[in-house]
Design a binder for this molecule. Structure first.
Ligand code: LIP
Length: 269
């Protein structure tokens, strides 16, 4: 059993880049068929397609062919218990609703975690050929260009991305939170892919992003890309982004937005 105690984040990121781009191009090839045969998972508004499954299988096989003793967790059920220090988190198509509707805002997200620290993250949007990459302590890039969050802004002029859950009670609560928050910020954007929302923070296309109910595979790679671009990333209680709630924003905006979201109960059902 391999005991890869000190894997090189750059090599992990290189492998993730190779697999994410191959899977991204494949899901674009499969789009017409996949859309015609889409089904649903947790609720009638939570779609899944054969392309999700094909992409996850491609990525899983690719990882295990190079690093057979790593652990793997994928959104569509990939699960491999390994013996090294590395766990891979895979979202084969993040933004599946956009994919099914033909909206060019979906991504392949792959993250490598050592212990409880994500050390390498890759997010690929094949519709616009944007490849986001980050390794711990070495910054983040999009197509090789270094990323930096937007300069500081007040809450009242902040453009904030968010997303909504798949159950009606949670969506109603999230709608009430947004209804109140909108009067305190510039505007919201709802792109439909948590990974791309986090990359939007990293590129400065939005000032902040928050969402309740994400899974680790949704956020692991994007959170590293955002933090390596200078964003503060965490939950509303001063901790790391749990699998439940995440807020990412420039460091000066993070505090005021966190206070507003806590007051509004954004991290509650
Ligand atoms: C999606 C997230 C998005 C969220 C959607 C959905 P999926 O992930 O990326 O931010 O609002 O409800 O969870 O299911 O497309 O991989």
């Amino acid at each position: 059993m391999s005991t890869d105690v000190d894997p090189d984040p750059e090599k992990l990121a290189d492998l993730a880049v190779e697999l994410a781009t191959a899977a991204g191009h494949r899901v674009v090839e499969l789009a017409d068929t996949a859309r015609a045969t889409a089904s649903t998972k947790s609720t009638a508004t939570d779609p899944v397609t054969d392309a999700d499954r094909v992409a996850e299988a491609m990525i899983t096989d690719g990882l295990l062919s190079v690093r057979p003793d790593d652990s793997i967790v994928g959104e569509e059920g990939a699960s491999h218990q390994g013996g090294t220090a590395v766990t891979w988190h895979i979202d084969p198509i993040d933004g599946t609703t956009n994919y099914v509707y033909g909206i060019p805002a979906f991504s392949v997200s792959i993250a490598a975690e050592v212990g409880d620290q994500v050390v390498a993250g890759v997010v690929f949007n094949p519709s616009v050929d944007e490849l986001y990459r980050a390794t711990i302590g070495a910054g983040s890039t999009c197509n090789g260009e270094r990323l930096r969050v937007r300069p500081a802004t007040e809450l009242a002029t902040a453009l904030v991305a968010t997303g909504f859950g798949y159950t009606a009670p949670r969506r109603r609560h999230q709608g009430r939170v947004i209804a109140e928050l909108l009067g305190r910020i510039r505007d919201i954007r709802r792109f439909g892919s948590a990974a791309l929302d986090l990359c939007a923070v990293a590129t400065g296309r939005v000032d902040a992003y928050y969402e309740l109910g994400l899974n680790r595979w949704d956020l692991a790679a994007g959170a590293l890309i955002a933090s390596e671009a200078g964003a503060s990333v965490g939950n509303l209680d001063g901790g790391p982004p749990l699998d439940g709630f995440l807020l990412a924003a420039g460091p000066e905006l993070f505090g005021p937005l966190r206070s507003a979201l806590r007051e509004l109960g954004a991290d509650r059902e």
